[in-house]
Design a binder for this molecule. Structure first.
Ligand code: Q9C
Ligand code: ZN
Length: 353
């Protein structure tokens, strides 16, 4: 019994010193390098995890599969350009590019494609909150995560039944031309896009937060069905998106399904929501499945309000496995570092074969 676990050491290059919480409070950066370290260590201790590194090569065009060129340029070069303008750097932590201005609503459209010309103060154009700052190693880490997703997708494309990408930083909040929510390149969308060369693909996002970036990328796409089960945006991040009436647009109308659930959601309710998702999926009849996996639905997650326990992850995984589709699993959130190890092992084991 084995399951390929695609992992890259580049995740270590991304380690913002803090995050700016509600009320301007300085908090630890929850999306820490420790998360990947702990999950990897727990997986190594199993008999079935077959840890592999991403395919060799620079693969710098990979993010262009799902992101705009000017956005990718900014994630790659924005930090360097900003640093070269000699900003007043704070003391006590490494240089960190936080935006200080954001385009007002309706002003953004006019600057399409030109925003990067103002690299020293342009990042506000490309990010929708303060949780995705750029540091020196961010691009390398984000590209490394994208390579993990690509490699897992290629494994499944060439015959593996399932493959897991231990991506860090995560990706599902990153849209065509924006970062946010700890995310830079949308690893889940990259995997789905690659798999879509063979036929239609379903994405099911089981992170606690709405997968707004993936929704944005496939909004007008009828070849990739996007489904997200998440905390009601009236109650939690990303607050302004993730409502049930967002169903896709143009050719993609009817190919996005949001299932918001209330704070306090238990495993039992969660499994019911999962059945709703499956009903839509069966109608769609994809050849492959991408699961955006988050363990921030855990009862003891420090930033979330659901009540799942470790055994719920086994049940959720068994249901997903029973769909009997070639499956790429992509790591998204989950911030209880004590529990991440046991949760990732519990969830992935049903996919080992
Ligand atoms: N007080 C993912 O799970 N807001 N992103 C944090 C903490 C941002 C979550 C507020 C949450 C982003 C991939
Ligand atoms: Zn999340």
């Amino acid at each position: 019994m084995t399951l390929p676990i695609v992992h890259s050491e580049t995740y270590r290059r991304h380690h913002p010193a803090f995050e700016i919480g509600s009320g301007g409070r300085i908090m630890p950066y929850y999306e820490s390098p420790q998360r990947a370290e702990i999950m990897l260590e727990a997986l190594r201790a199993t008999s079935w995890a077959k840890i592999v590194t991403p395919e060799e090569g620079r693969h710098e065009s990979l993010p262009l599969l799902v992101h705009d060129g000017d956005y990718v340029w900014f994630i790659r070069n924005g930090f360097k350009e900003w640093l070269a303008t000699n900003p007043l750097l704070p003391e006590g932590y490494p240089p960190t590019y936080y935006p200080s201005s954001f385009p007002p609503p309706r002003a953004r459209r006019r600057l399409k494609g030109e925003a990067r010309l103002n690299a020293s103060e342009g990042y506000g154009y490309y990010t929708f909150d303060l949780t995705a700052p750029l540091i020196e190693g961010t691009y390398e880490a984000a590209l490394g995560a994208a390579k993990c997703a690509m490699t897992a997708a290629n494994l499944v494309l060439y015959g593996d039944r399932s493959a897991y990408a231990l991506c860090r930083p995560p990706g599902h909040h990153a849209g065509r031309d924006f970062s946010g929510g700890y995310c830079y390149f949308n690893n889940t969308a990259i995997a789905a896009k690659i798999l879509s060369v063979r036929g239609s693909v379903a994405v099911i996002d089981i992170d606690y937060h709405h997968g707004n970036g993936t929704q944005d990328i496939f909004w007008e796409d009828d070849r990739v069905l996007t489904i997200s089960i998440h905390c009601d945006p009236r109650m939690d991040y990303p607050y302004f998106v993730g409502f049930a009436d967002e169903v896709g647009g143009g050719a993609g109308e009817g190919y996005n399904l949001n299932i918001p659930l209330p704070p306090g959601t238990t495993g039992e309710w969660y499994l019911e929501a999962l059945e709703l998702a499956f009903d839509r999926m069966r109608l769609f009849d994809p050849w492959a499945l991408v699961i955006a996996v988050g363990f921030d639905t855990y009862g003891d997650d420090p930033i979330s309000k659901f009540d799942l326990i470790t055994s719920d992850y086994v049940a959720v995984a068994q249901r997903l496995r029973a769909l009997n589709l070639p499956t790429v699993l992509v790591q998204e959130g989950g911030y209880n570092t004590e529990a991440l190890g046991k949760n990732v092992v519990a969830f992935l084991e049903p996919f080992a074969e």
